[in-house]
Design a protein around this ligand. Sequence first.
Ligand code: C2E
Ligand code: MG
Ligand code: MG
Length: 964
Amino acid sequence: MSFRRLLAALWTFLIATVAFCAAAQALDAVPVPLDDKTLDLTDVIEFASRTPSDRVQVSTAPAADGIVRRIEVRSNQPGGTSFWVFFALTNTGDEQIDRLLVAPHFRLAGSGLIFPDLGASRIASITPSQGFAPERQPSQDADVFRITLDPGAIVTFVAELRTPVLPQLYLWHPDSYKDAVNSYTLYHGIVLGISGLLALFLTIVFVVKGTAMFPATAALAWSVLIYLCIDFGFWDKVISVSPGDDQMWRAGAEVLLSATLLIFTYTYLNLNRWHVRYSHATIAWLVGLVILIGVSIFEPAIASGVARLSFAGIGIAGFVVIVYLALHHYDRAIMLIPTWLLLMVWIVGAALTVSGGIENDVIQPALNGGLVLIVLLIGFTVLQHAFAGGTVVQTAIGETERRALALTGAGDIIWDWDVPRDRIHTGADAEDLLGLKRGTLEGAARDWLDVLHPTDRDRFRATLDAVIEQKRGRIAQEFRLRGEDGHYRWFQLRARPVLGADGEVQRVVGTLSDVTEQRTAEERLLHDAVHDNLTGLPNRELFMDRLSAAMTRTKAEGAAQPSVFVLDIDRFKQVNDAFGLSVGDSILLMIARRLARLLKPQDTLARLSGDQFAFLLLSESEPDRIAAFADSVRRTLRAPITFGEREIFLTASIGIAMLDAAKPIEAEEMVKDAEIGMYYAKRNGGDRIEAFRPALRQHGADSLTLESDLRRALGRDEIKVFYQPVVRLEDRTVAGFEALVRWDHPKHGRLPPADFIPLAERSGLIIPLGLYVLDRAARQLADWQEQLGRDVPLFVSVNVSSRQLLRHDLINDVKSVLTRSPVQHGSLKLELTESLVMENPEYAAQVLGRIRELGAGLSLDDFGTGYSSLSYLQRFPFDTLKIDQSFVRGPAAREKRVILKAMIALAHELQMEVIAEGAETEDDALDLYDLSCEFAQGFLFGHAMPAAEAARLLFAEEEEALIA
Ligand code: C2E
Ligand code: MG
Ligand code: MG
């Protein structure tokens, strides 16, 4: 407790001492002259020291009788204040004096730079030592009090302040004050008028000309106008602001002034053209200023301080840039020099004023006027451009600008390596291209190694080292940089070392350009030369090259014998016609992909032309395996291609040429042989595989001759019907025969049906030929049946081709054949393939129905090679199913057996008998029997043989049975 009391006592003592000291400085009363218009009291006033309480004690100036009195003044402000000033005035004349005490709210002079005083209401109240309290006069921008001094009076005034400082206190003659205010108002009006007109005019010019520099200039003009409005107290008339409370607005206006000056400089000098760095700096600066506008609401003094510094900064930086650009003959910069010099003078003046270096009453209006003048000059400069048109810009382009423009135009990236500091600068362009984070490519040269392609690293490092060591030369190098997604892009670096005064390399500067497109184009060209551009497969040249290489290896090293397949899509032209070329291309692409899947690594698939593909098969050399491969190619192609809602069925004609070790030929010849095979397959209706044999050459040469030969052959008995036995697997007895046609050609020898049936189909000769075979087979069957007797069942099946089926007369033919040769019901069978039936299913169903009614049997031939939809084929009245040899022959792969089993089971389910074709070995036969297949046909039981031989087989059996 006592400590507190002690402290209070000490405090009271202190105050008393201070008060005494204040009083002790004898306060001199200032005589108020009668004639002077103004009296500056700023230096006369005494500051009472800060009092902790809401009152102050002051010793008055000595009265005429020398008595000094003490007066105490209480604060009439809520909460009290601790800032007090006092001064004394005396009227030495013999007239009453009327004066105005004026304390302006804001003074630019001495307001400060860093934390400026943005003005405020200064004096709360004034208390005189005698007489009436001075009366406050209405004023927006100053605290004005009217005082009256009687003759001979010495009055001490105690003023209670609102702010710790009082920048100025004047005693004005009322009339003069009124005059001064009026003349300022006039001046303000003029300045505001000019600046308003200017702002408006520049805005209009912008609307008319639309070039970016006009709105930038107009913005500057408007912000000057706003600044002046605030400074002149004009703002208060627009927005209601209590007197002395406009700090926020003032600070905001200063920030705005700074920002618009920056925008103007940037826009007018077209800084974006020179270097992105200018844009980045400007944007960063602007963002700072925008934030500052926000700050000005809460901390006007801080905002204003920063704005003032920023304004000066822009002025100086602008000056440097302008001088630099002017030295490089940039006309805009040259034209701005006078204005900018004025601006610099203004900035120096303002800086002096603000810091208190210049202290007079004219400087503030003068600076305001100067601001308008600067904007006016800028306006003129800008207008020159507006009316000079584009010519000035086009002709008087500076060298630097030209270079900068050229760089931007070329899309090259600046690459700058600061060698002593080991920093590479590339700007954001390269990073953007690669999708890298900003700054990834900015840094030490060794950081680049991480981004470089591993194979380019050493070369890059070595080149940089070499340039630094040799201090000359030029870098021209291409390398890859890894992008964000892991893909590499190609860049070309062209740069040169720049030597410093010490002869050392200071930097290596040049450009970096993205050459990925060119590089890939080059690579593509190289690839294109030997690859097909649609499918990407090797083309004919590459194919030929690989083929001859393979043939050489076969000869030299005894490597695998190559075989060549040439494959042509059947009726591809129709696909193109029906769906258009682009669909055709997609289909070719799809085919290429399907075929490519069949390849082993050592094989080659090439696209020879349009719809022609070729295989170079090295992985298989056994004729059997090659045939199997050909078959898998055919099957692959036959799988329907779904296109939109449609399904497209494609087939191909395939020619195969195998290398004959005995007769060495050239690669060209081999492909040609395969092509002959392919053309032959095509001529024979397509969808078939044809191995080349020398006989084909002649066929190919004159199929017309062959046709006339065939015409004659029918009359000359050259056509023979052979019979291949079909055996009951249960007891291996002959159940029937398949009639297979042969042609004993006088020149070419015995031809298989594949060599002439297609030709016969095309020429229409198939009709007489087919009828001939049917008739001969029926007669033969009737003959045999007669010999065997009624109890022994025997059938003969005859192949029917598509032309025959589609002809109405087939029914009549079958009818007449059956009348001529009475055979057991259903024992003369017609064999049709499913593709034949599917050509016209409705019609086929009808015809086949009639044929069944006539008493002929029907076999479905080559089952498993086509659509293989038994449930669909159920619609047709087949009684026998012939499973294609490809499921029977050769080693039974597991899946093959599964399918075989399923087919047999299904056929039985549908009440059909099953004949397996192509049983060549005992194993095949046993297998089939195991799968409960009842009949088999194949080389194991006999080749196709002449009738006499077939009869021997049949009757020998019969005799054996009889003997048994
Ligand atoms: P296809 O109707 O499938 O006839 C069976 C073919 O397989 C016959 O060939 C036959 O000799 C052969 N073959 C039989 N067993 C085996 C075997 O165990 N292994 C192997 N690898 N092959 C076997 P061919 O005689 O050359 O007849 C070929 C095709 O010509 C026939 O196929 C048939 O579609 C057609 N064809 C034959 N004669 C005629 C005919 O008179 N008229 C019509 N339109 N086409 C006929
Ligand atoms: Mg057949
Ligand atoms: Mg068959």
